[in-house]
Design a binder for this molecule. Structure first.
Ligand code: URA
Length: 212
């Protein structure tokens, strides 16, 4: 598993505004989208392309287009939905599948409550959207789900990562024979006793969509 913490002043600037408890939901949603588009630029560095030629007004030029099968974007509901627009802005031709996962606030264990994904993911590059890599339980389960269906490579985009979640991914995904990477804006200090990332930004789902 590879962890990429992206060091860029614009990312740091937007993340700081996102962390601020005074940032309201509409602004939080907009900043999340902008941040994801910047992270997606790095996350898609290995996206597969096929050679093509185009005719310019002057001559024929060699170029590339995204290869088939198309990349698959998988937002983890609920909070991952807030990252989708920012991702499809960069990859408008990608397909989108959905995975609904819920974290039990007592046990901190994740369970799957909804799924809309192709049965066969052979040869697919998958981009998982999950804003907070906290304990790592949700992401480990989501990656397992995609691997079981034959995913070829998996890149998770997370706004924030906790060291505990990173260690869990390293441990639980050690035997995997497909490439897995995580692209994030920051590695924070730790988890608190309630499983929240510190200093973090609070509950990403609540800040995007309110406490429901
Ligand atoms: N999920 C969140 O939304 N925030 C955290 O800090 C941890 C998990």
């Amino acid at each position: 598993m590879q962890m990429h913490v992206i060091d860029h002043p614009l990312i740091a600037h937007k993340l700081t505004a996102l962390r601020d408890e005074r940032t309201d939901s509409p602004t939080f949603r907009r900043l999340t989208e902008e941040l994801v588009t910047l992270l997606a630029y790095e996350a898609t560095r290995e996206v597969r392309t096929a050679p093509v030629q185009v005719t310019t007004p002057v001559a024929v030029a060699d170029g590339v287009k995204l290869a088939s099968p198309k990349p698959l974007i998988v937002p983890i509901l609920r909070a991952g939905l807030g990252m989708l627009e920012g991702m499809v802005r960069l990859l408008p031709t990608a397909e989108v599948g959905f995975l609904g996962m819920l974290r039990d606030e007592e046990t901190l264990l994740a369970s799957t409550y909804a799924e809309r994904l192709p049965q066969d993911l052979s040869g697919r590059q998958c981009y998982v959207l999950d804003p907070m890599l906290a304990t790592g339980g949700t992401l480990v389960d989501a990656i397992g789900f995609l691997v079981d269906r034959g995913a070829d490579s998996i890149t998770a985009i997370c706004l924030l990562v906790a060291p505990e979640g990173c260690a869990r991914l390293e441990r639980d995904l050690a035997g995997l024979d497909i490439p897995v990477s995580v692209v994030t804006a920051a590695m924070d200090d730790k988890l608190n006793e309630r499983g929240y990332i510190v200093p973090g930004l609070g509950d990403a789902g609540d800040r995007l969509y309110g406490v429901v």
